[in-house]
Design a protein around this ligand. Sequence first.
Ligand code: APR
Ligand code: PHB
Length: 389
Amino acid sequence: MRTPVVIIGGGPSGLLLSQLLHLAGVENVVLERRTRDYVLGRIRAGVLEWGTVEMLRAAGVGARMDREGFVHEGTFLAARNAQFRVDFVQRAGKPVMVYGQTEVTRDLYFARAASGGTVIHEAEGVTPHGLDTSAPWVTYVKNGTEERIDCEFVIGCDGFHGVSRGCIPASVLRETERVYPFGWLGILSETPPVSHELIYANHARGFALCSMRNAHLSRYYLQVPVDAHVENWSDDRFWDELRRRIPHEAAETLVTGPSIEKSIAPLRSYVAEPMRWGRLFLCGDAAHIVPPTGAKGLNLAMSDVHYLSEALIAHYRDGEPGGLDTYSERALARVWKATRFSWWMTTTLHRFDDQGAFGQRIQEAEIDYLASSPAAQAAMAENYVGLPF
Ligand code: APR
Ligand code: PHB
């Protein structure tokens, strides 16, 4: 088989890139290790920056999001069980959209299928070759048979555990990482959300987040030690702890019920540089991970896709290679700003074992400052709704 662009990974980055290239007449093939149902079974964050919303619309996959998603014009922040609101529209001129990443992925699969896109599932042992030549190729095994695709570019959209990043020689790749000493225990429950907007809560017992998927489906998180086990967290224990950490007014009206999903995710920041080597380009989680505080993961993947799709389309349409040469630099400038913001939200809102009373009071003062300063709110809101790209 031969195609101009091989995309490794059929998560949101790979599928959106595939769709945008297709719309511009650049054919491509997506190779995904898992089945479609497996990919659609993963529960991920649910806040879309406005730039992401506009990209999805432009890619022709915005209709269900516009019907079923919820526009949020602000969020609540809390400390010591008291909350205040940051108005995104007032402070930064834009809202965000609450719509699950799983749904974004489902819409993208549907769109790729509707326009005859090639997405090969259960592609095992995907391996790029000849990335430092002008004629790379990718091999993989499907139904026990080895296949080969010749191409011009290989795009690594294969997430943090993918194969692509490892193809960059160790002498070239720079990795920067921070592993946080705690995780998030998340539950999904078929109960009405406690608040019409999200609540991010600092508390001396640890961070808590109240989020949602729709009017009947809530998503809640608690900061837990990194070695915590889900089995030790009964639903009752979860709800009791959540009530202790969130604002009193929310705790009083919280509707609880059985969890339909419960899992623990570690928190880390990680950036790989550069995001290009020869004919290989990295996008999304393949190149960087942020902690979920601030919900930047998917949105950063989308801005990478924006820069890369623009560059590939300019290359194929106008023979203009400049965008490909500057892709890594442009993407990383935004990646680092989102990494900083995610670090700031994480550091401001979570309990660190060694922070002591001083650290706790400094966090409370920072949150108090945010509550009273339009300038501080503008800085937070402009990052939360998404820096321009
Ligand atoms: N071969 C083929 N496919 C692979 C391989 C491989 N060797 N390794 C991983 N994959 C697939 C995974 O099965 C997954 O479907 O690549 C896909 C990567 O998808 P994501 O992990 O969702 O990454 P990305 O598309 O960059 O989306 C970023 O997802 O992880 C969240 O927080 C993150 O919200 C952000 C978003
Ligand atoms: C979620 O709804 O899963 C969610 C929302 C906001 C975050 C992280 C996760 O910052």
